[in-house]
Design a protein around this ligand. Sequence first.
Ligand code: AMP
Length: 480
Amino acid sequence: MERTTLLTSFQDFGLADPISRALKEENYHTPTPIQAQTIPIALTGRDVVGIAQTGTGKTAAFALPILHRILENRIRPQPKSCRVLVLSPTRELSGQILDSFNAYGRHIRLTSALAIGGVPMGRQVRSVMQGVEVMVATPGRLLDLVQSNGLKLNQVEFLVLDEADRMLDMGFINDIRKVVAKLPIKRQTLFFSATMPKDIAELAESMLRDPARVAVTPVASTADRISQRIIQVDFAAKPAVLAQLLKQEPVDRALVFTRTKHGADKVVKVLAKAGIEANAIHGNKSQNHRERVLAAFRSGEIRTLVATDIAARGIDVDGISHVVNFDLPNVPETYVHRIGRTARAGAEGVAISLIAGAEEMGYLRDIERLIRIALPREDRRTPGHRDAAPAPAQNRGGRPGTRVHAGRSHEPAPSAKGPRRRRRGGGNNAQQPNRHEAPRPAQQAGKSQAGQSEGIQGVAFLHRESRPNNQPNRNHRPQR
Ligand code: AMP
């Protein structure tokens, strides 16, 4: 772990004047912890591996030193080439990263391009014809562009991998390896991931040279300002309970998560019948639709957005007051990512999860074990159904709505049985079948590390276990 004297003002970094001016205009005065740790090191040209999630300010942590360094040696990019390559898992996140580069580079006439799936490739080919300084891309589309001779990677001086763990989850590992194999060996690489399980650490090891290690507070502690609660419901009552919640709660903006695309569409329809206007974003919607809906959500025109995990990954919208899990995710870390969409920028937030059936109860136990909190539960099931998934003997989390502190609770872990291996079905998370009556996958033998923590520089890090090689989601060809 790199020990640095933390700088408390952007002035201290000595960034080029046009960049400093843009930061003032963006109202950035104090660097966030990941920026304070990363920027001084990255400015020296050293590789960096960082543990940080979206919402910590990591985009500026890599974009600012890179912009400064390209200004130090401003050369015209060669045709069909880029100087900076940023790989990110989703279209939305890629778009937001590009917007950030352009915002910080607004006074330097930065040339940039985006290569993402879901839109015709012709325009992207044309946008890099003259060469650009910054290219932000999802791995699949980038590879398509390279393989069709639209782009050469031999001029790349800076490589950023953002949300590396999510890229691996989405099955991009082979594409990433192919891309990296085409890059010059002499380059600066900045590698960010929300978690650092063994497979991600190995990927970083293979790509970085003597990296400095930086990290910020772990994923689980994002829940500090979030009031979390569980509502146990009958499966069929979920839509009605959701509609009721959205009417009763003081919602500014609500993000509702479903595990499947089909589920997201269904929720939108049910809410419409209840008089609540909502829109869905997921992988089946066109890029245009997603951008329009996101803009409407951001501006407050739409108050309720229904999303699958993958579609929601890149959403960077402040002011989400409520996250509602219509379905509980089967990967416990996904729960933490989901609820982290609220309570951003110092605000407080509410996270409510609707749980029906034994399978979701199992997911809940995994989540509680990860975050080390027994979440407050409210039982709205009809009496006849209560045997299927009994409530715990006592409510260890306090009354509904009690503010709980993830990772800091002195409560015992919810189960004494020890951690259970996470359950995964085939395909990526967003495509999981959403059938509460489906049999629970057999438990696998082996010791899980999920929920265990290790102290580094006074900060606890969550470690995810590496997945067995035969996990299908890593072998799937991801959406482009
Ligand atoms: P990120 O984690 O990069 O997605 O950033 C999360 C949000 O924080 C974005 O809306 C950024 O514009 C904002 N942000 C990043 N750094 C700072 C800063 N130092 N001061 C104020 N806002 C920031």
